[in-house]
Design a binder for this molecule. Sequence first.
Ligand code: BEZ
Length: 211
Amino acid sequence: MTIRLGDIAPNFTAPTTEGQIDFHEWKKGKWAVLFSHPRDFTPVCTTELGYTAKLAKEFEKRNVKVAALSVDSVEDHKKWSQDIEDTQGHRPNFPLIGDKEKTVANLYDMIHPNANDTLTVRSLFVIDPNNKVRLTITYPASTGRNFDEILRVIDSLQLTDQHKVATPVNWKHGEDVIIVPALSNDDAKKLFPNGWDEKKPYLRVVKQPGK
Ligand code: BEZ
């Protein structure tokens, strides 16, 4: 099943290192990052999970829960967690889903047979409090993801949900943003009374709201 932006993230129940979870119940009222990695006891995955654990406070600040998944057992996830702590200095502080039967992997289309017919690729979904999928990314096994970029996208999603703005290339929290083209200048004057820098009629740059 292909999961597209705006779809409702499919629900599932699964065993994890923190006990059985019902996904929608577990994330209730919060954002979630659900990501797969190919295999336990592999080097790139070890660095990804360690770094994600290090970012725990950043995810918490943004009201985001994190869960990781591979087609390994919960027992293996638990054993591997010690290696992650030993080598990365951070032990996973979020549930690792055991998916030996590939139930969740298939539900979320995390196995791409022309890349590898048994292991999950590096899929990642950002899911909002209404369970809508807001970001999907897919990386190959050989390339570790940039989890700072995931935080950056979450910042953009949370800002643009609240204000009639969009975020430009390489934007980071606190930097100038763009007034959405659908907003007329008359309406923009009400929302941005301090004005904006009109580089083109469709490119109106404004301070990040709240900054
Ligand atoms: C890794 O995590 O290092 C990895 C896993 C599967 C294939 C290639 C690399």
